[in-house]
Design a protein around this ligand. Structure first.
Ligand SMILES: Cc1ncc(COP(=O)(O)O)c(C=O)c1O
Length: 360
């Protein structure tokens, strides 16, 4: 086995190799303290510096200011935010609008329904979520509008977010966070499990407009309350130390690439290369998402038969191309090509796809 293979898993997913190597050093001896980053107090000056730097660099990458937005690093994954969001903001008899574009959006809806009225502002479920709806039936005065920017399972991505006016716009960006340049100031709250684009599992980033948190409900269990975490700069309790440390390294890596615009440009190139090869394969590899909804992050496709798909996944792994199986709820194949997937990974995959097609 080579030291490094190409990892197309959907998450936990490939990280920049330089980050992995740097993280390995911090696991042994963090900042020359003679202790691992996993062993030091989260109240120490060294930890605090690292933590704040990660928060500040995230805001810098997003073009947001610390005065307006807070960055929270929370446990419980993105899934906990499905419930924390309505707990904090879906008050009394209000309605929250949800744009339903895949299995993760449905899970978010399920949680919101425990707290108040939910309006499905748009859904592509009737078409197996193969596209992103363009029309949204928004509720005037809604508590918020919830979107899922990238649909990890079905390989679609929102290009145009709903225009919500004064209604707070929220997005679960778990699978495309910091992969493209968006006007992040349009959003009142963004959340993302780290384990796709920004780090290991065990932490979710929540970037939230401070003035919105001021309006949140107060009668919320302490650990689910955004007010708790914002008021303590996300250090109310012991944070997921090691995951945050790695997120901080990934933030530095993004800045070293030239920032989010440069990362986006590389992502567009990689995705275009892969999709255009698939489109030219005479129907051997068929993309499952409609073209104008295709994700730059999760490329989902089918082969002519399920037998061939199984063989493709096995032989891919034999060629050091891992994780090409589609999600169990969807089937088929999927190549997840997040920020950290090198261009050579796409080239190697296409070479393998060509050879597989010729042989089958
Ligand atoms: C879009 C999206 N939202 C939410 C989740 C759930 O994240 P977690 O496992 O961190 O709870 C995932 C996980 O794959 C996801 O892809």
């Amino acid at each position: 086995m080579p030291e490094r293979v190409f990892n197309f898993f959907a998450g936990p997913a490939t990280l920049p190799y330089d980050v992995v190597k740097e993280a390995a050093k911090g696991v042994v001896n963090f900042e020359n303290m003679g202790m691992s980053v996993m062993e030091i107090s989260h109240r120490s000056a060294q930890f605090d510096r690292m933590f704040c730097e990660a928060q500040n660099n995230m805001l810098k990458i997003m073009g947001l200011s610390d005065d307006e937005y807070a960055v929270l690093f929370l446990g419980g994954g993105a899934s906990t935010q499905f419930c924390a969001l309505p707990f904090n903001f879906l008050k009394d008899s209000m309605t929250a609008d949800y744009v339903v574009t895949g299995g993760w959006s449905k899970k978010a809806v399920k949680e919101a329904m425990f707290f108040g009225n939910v309006n499905i502002a748009a859904s592509s479920e009737d078409s197996n979520f193969s596209f992103i709806p363009k029309e949204f039936n928004l509720t005037p005065g809604a508590a918020y509008v919830h979107t899922t920017s990238n649909n990890t399972l079905v390989g679609t991505q929102i290009k145009n977010f709903p225009e919500t006016g004064d209604v707070p716009l929220v997005s679960d960006m778990s699978s495309d966070f910091l992969s493209r340049d968006l006007d992040f100031s349009k959003f009142s709250l963004i959340y993302a499990g780290a384990q796709k684009n920004i780090g290991p599992s065990g932490v979710a980033a929540v970037v939230v407009r401070r003035s919105w948190v001021d309006q949140a409900r107060t009668e919320v269990p302490t650990m689910l309350s955004y007010k708790t975490h914002m008021s303590k700069n996300s250090l109310f309790n012991t944070p997921p130390s090691f995951p945050v440390y790695v997120v901080g390294l990934v933030m530095k890596w993004i800045l070293a690439q030239g920032g989010i615009k440069a990362v986006e440009a590389a992502n567009v190139k990689k995705a275009e290369l892969l999709y255009s090869y698939m489109d030219d394969s005479n129907g051997f590899y068929t993309g499952t998402a409609e073209k104008d909804s295709r994700s730059l992050m999760n490329v989902t496709f089918r082969l002519p038969s399920e037998e061939l798909e199984k063989k493709f996944i096995v032989e891919g792994a034999e060629n050091d191309l891992f994780g090409l199986k589609g999600h169990r709820s969807v089937g088929g194949c999927r190549a997840s090509i997040y920020n950290a997937m090198p261009h050579e990974g796409i080239e190697a995959l296409i070479e393998f796809m060509k050879g597989f097609k010729a042989a089958n």
